[in-house]
Write a protein that binds this ligand. Structure first.
Ligand code: GAL
Length: 632
C-alpha cells in the first residue's frame, strides 16, 4: 500500500483563476489528494431545484488534470437557507427544547424524514453526476457526524421517531413497562404515544428510558449514513469514507464502519488537549504545543478497527486552530511527527486541513498550509519533507498486535446516563488503560465488543456496562489473559442490576456486592504503591487476590487467565497491574521515557518524542518533536 498525503480545499472560496495555480502548488508540495465539496451546497443549488454544478465540474477538472485525486464530500452538513423554508421543522432542538438555528453548520435533526430525503436527493445528484468521473477517487459522506453536539436532538421529529422505534423494539407497551421497570414512581404507560423524550423531567428520568433514547439517536446517524453510502455505491466504485472526530462517542462508530470502505478521522492534537481532556494543568502545559502523546494514537488504533483495517486522517491540524480555549502553534516538527505517527499506526493517507487560511468568516483565525496572502505557512515545509520521505519509504504490511482493548460505545452512553459519581467517564477510563499500555511500549488494537479476539495474548475490557455470554466465552476461549472490570457487565441490557450479581464471568468466582464512588482528593492506597481513585467495588470471592488495598480490600481477583479489577487505578497502580498481566500473558514491556512512544509497522520500529526535551531511547538521541525509525 502506497502512503499518500492530501489537503482540504474550497474552490468556492477562491477566484476560479486561482484554482490551477493552487492545484499546481499542491502537486509540487507532494500532495496526491484534494478533498472538496462538503460545504458547497448553497453554490450548487442556490434556490430549490436550481442546479448549478458547472463550476464544480470545472473545479474537479482543473484539480484532476493537475494530477490530484479528488475526494468529493456530500454537502449535507450545511443545508442552504432555503431548505428551512421548505422544511421549517428540520432543525434540531437542544435539551431545553430550544431551536438550534441557522447561521453556522450542522443545523439539521437526523430524525427529520424530510431532510433525510433531501440528503438522499443531493447524494443522488452528486453520485449520478460524478460517479464515473475518473478524477473522483473517493467519497466523503457529510462532515463529522455529531460535531457541535448534534447527535442528540429533542425535536418533534425525534419524538415521533423515538416512539415508532420503541413500538418496533418492544412490540407491546407492557413489554416496555416491564423492561424499563416503570412500576417505579408510577411511570407506567398505556400506549407508546404517551412516552416523551427523556428531558425536562422534574428529576432524573428512568435510566432505561435515557439509554433507549441514546440507542435510538445512534441508529438515526447510522441510517442517515447508510442511505448516502448505498446511493454513492450504486453509481461509483470509489471508496466511501466518513471523517469521524476525536472523543465523539454519541453514536456507534463501529456500526457506521459497516457501511464504509475506509474510516477516517480529523486530528487536532492541540485543540483536543485543551478542549477534550481532563488532565491537569501541568500535563496540558507540558504538551501544549505537541498534543497529548496518546490521544492521537488511541484514535488511530480505534479507527483502524472501525474501518476494518483501512483508515485515513482526513483533516490534520496544520498550525493554530480557532476553536479551543487557547490556540498555540505546534512546535516546529509536530506536523511531520503527527503525519508519521498516523502512518506508523497504519494510515493510508494523511490530509491536512486546509490549503489556504480563509481571511473571512468563522475560521479566519485557523491556520492553513498557505497564509491568507498565499505565502507558505510553516507547516507546508514539513509537509514537503514528509512527501519526500514517503517517496523513499518502502511499503510496509501492518503489524499484528498482541494486546486488544475493547471500546464499546453503548458503555459510554450508559455511564453518561448513570455515572454514579462525578467524573466517571467511560472514555476516560478506557483511555487511561490505553495510555498505561502505551507507556509500556506496547502496540494496541482498540476493538469493538464483538470483534474477533482469538489472536491476542492479552485482552482488556474495562467499564463495559453489559456483555453477552458469547463475548465473554470468546474472550475466555481465546486463551488470552483477560482483564474484566471495573464495572464490567454490571447491568442488564435493560439497565438493571443483574441477578446473579455481576460480573458473571464463567469460571471466575467473584461477585460484586456493593460499589462506591468517592472524591478525587480521597484516593485509597494500594498495597505496594499507587492508589484507587473515583470508583471502588467490593467483592465476595473464593478466587485468589493478586492485588489489594492497604486495608486488605481485594483489587485484582484472579483465576486461571481471567482477572477482575475492582477499582479505577491511578497511573502507578495501573502500571503495576498491567505489568503483572503482561508477565502472565508473556508479553514483553519496556518503560518508555516521559513523552516518548514507539510503534511497530512491518519491519520498522518508529519512535516519537512528544516532549519538549531531547530524549535518549534505544541508544538514540531524539530531539523534541522528533521521529526516528529503524529496522527491527
Ligand atoms: C473540523 C471540521 C472542519 C473545520 C475544522 C477546523 O472539525 O471538519 O470543517 O471546521 O474542524 O479545525
Amino acid at each position: 500500500m502506497k502512503r499518500t498525503l492530501g489537503v482540504c480545499y474550497y474552490p468556492e472560496h477562491w477566484e476560479e483563476a486561482d484554482w490551477a495555480t493552487d492545484a499546481a502548488r499542491m502537486v509540487e508540495a507532494g500532495l496526491s489528494w484534494v478533498r472538496i465539496g462538503e460545504f458547497a451546497w448553497s453554490r450548487l443549488e442556490p434556490r430549490a431545484g436550481d442546479l448549478q454544478f458547472d463550476w464544480l465540474d470545472r473545479a474537479i477538472e482543473v484539480l484532476g488534470s493537475a494530477g490530484l485525486k479528488v475526494i468529493l464530500g456530500t454537502p449535507t452538513a450545511t443545508p442552504p437557507r432555503w431548505m428551512l423554508k421548505k422544511h421549517p421543522d428540520m432543525l434540531a432542538l437542544d435539551e431545553q427544547r430550544r431551536t438550534r438555528g441557522f447561521g453556522s453548520r450542522r443545523h439539521y435533526c437526523f430524525s427529520h424524514q424530510g431532510y433525510r430525503s433531501e440528503s438522499r436527493r443531493v447524494t443522488e445528484l452528486f453520485a449520478e453526476r460524478y460517479g464515473a468521473n475518473p478524477h473522483v477517487a473517493a467519497w466523503q459522506t457529510d462532515n463529522e457526524y455529531g460535531c457541535h453536539d448534534t447527535t442528540l436532538s429533542y425535536s418533534d421529529a425525534a419524538l415521533k421517531g423515538f416512539r415508532d422505534w420503541l413500538a418496533q423494539t418492544y412490540q407491546s407497551i407492557d413489554a416496555l413497562n416491564r423492561a424499563w421497570a416503570n412500576v417505579f414512581w408510577s411511570m407506567e404507560y398505556s400506549n407508546f404515544d404517551e412516552i416523551d423524550l427523556p428531558v425536562l423531567t422534574v428529576t432524573d428520568p428512568n435510566p432505561a428510558h435515557l439509554m433507549d433514547f441514546r440507542r435510538y439517536s445512534s441508529a438515526q446517524v447510522v441510517a442517515f449514513n447508510a442511505d448516502q453510502a448505498r446511493i454513492l455505491r450504486s453509481h461509483s466504485d470509489a471508496p466511501v469514507i466518513h471523517n469521524f472526530m476525536g472523543r465523539v462517542t454519541e453514536f456507534d462508530h463501529f456500526e457506521i464502519g459497516e457501511d464504509l470502505d475506509i474510516a477516517s478521522w480529523d486530528s487536532y492534537p492541540l485543540g483536543f488537549l485543551e478542549d477534550r481532556m481532563e488532565d491537569d494543568a501541568a500535563h496540558k502545559a507540558a504538551y501544549a504545543q505537541q498534543g497529548d502523546p496518546d490521544f492521537q494514537a488511541f484514535h488511530h488504533d480505534l479507527y483502524r478497527a472501525v474501518g476494518h483495517g483501512r483508515w485515513w486522517i482526513m483533516e490534520q491540524q496544520p498550525g493554530p486552530v480557532n476553536w479551543a480555549p487557547v490556540n498555540p502553534a505546534p512546535l516546529p516538527g509536530m506536523s511531520r511527527l503527527w503525519a508519521w505517527e498516523a502512518f506508523a499506526h497504519g494510515a493510508e493517507t494523511v490530509c491536512f486541513f486546509r490549503w489556504r487560511q480563509a481571511p473571512f468568516a468563522q475560521e479566519q483565525m485557523h491556520a492553513g498550509l498557505l497564509r491568507t496572502d498565499s505565502a507558505d505557512a510553516p507547516a507546508l515545509r514539513e509537509v514537503r519533507q514528509v512527501a519526500e520521505e514517503l517517496s523513499h519509504a518502502k511499503e510496509q504490511a501492518s503489524t499484528d498486535s498482541s494486546v486488544a482493548l475493547i471500546f464499546d460505545y453503548p458503555s459510554n452512553w450508559a455511564w453518561d446516563v448513570q455515572p454514579q459519581g462525578k467524573g466517571f467517564s467511560y472514555f476516560r477510563l478506557v483511555f487511561e488503560v490505553y495510555r498505561g499500555l502505551r507507556k509500556l511500549g506496547l502496540d494496541v488494537d482498540v476493538v469493538s465488543s464483538n470483534s474477533d479476539v482469538s489472536d491476542y495474548a492479552l485482552i482488556l475490557a474495562p467499564g463495559q456496562f453489559s456483555a453477552s455470554d458469547s463475548q465473554i466465552d470468546a474472550m475466555i476461549e481465546s486463551g488470552a489473559v483477560c482483564l474484566f472490570g471495573p464495572r464490567f457487565n454490571s447491568k442488564t441490557p435493560e439497565f438493571s442490576i443483574p441477578d446473579p450479581l455481576p460480573p458473571n464471568i464463567k469460571g471466575l468466582p467473584c461477585k460484586v456486592t456493593h460499589v462506591e464512588s468517592f472524591r478525587a482528593d480521597m484516593p485509597r492506597p494500594v498495597k505496594g504503591g499507587g492508589s484507587v481513585t473515583h470508583w471502588m467495588e467490593h467483592v465476595e470471592t473464593s478466587a485468589s487476590v493478586s492485588f489489594e488495598l492497604d486495608d486488605g480490600t481485594p483489587l485484582l481477583v484472579s483465576k486461571g487467565r481471567s482477572h477482575y479489577l475492582t477499582g479505577w487505578l491511578d497511573e502507578l497502580a495501573l502500571a503495576r497491574v498491567l505489568k503483572d498481566l503482561c508477565a502472565r500473558a508473556d508479553v514483553s514491556v519496556v518503560d518508555m521515557p516521559e513523552g516518548v512512544r514507539q510503534r511497530h509497522l512491518g519491519d520498522l520500529k518508529f519512535v516519537f518524542n512528544y516532549s519538549r526535551d531531547a530524549r535518549e531511547f534505544d541508544g538514540q538521541n531524539i530531539p523534541p518533536a522528533g521521529v526516528h525509525w529503524s529496522k527491527i
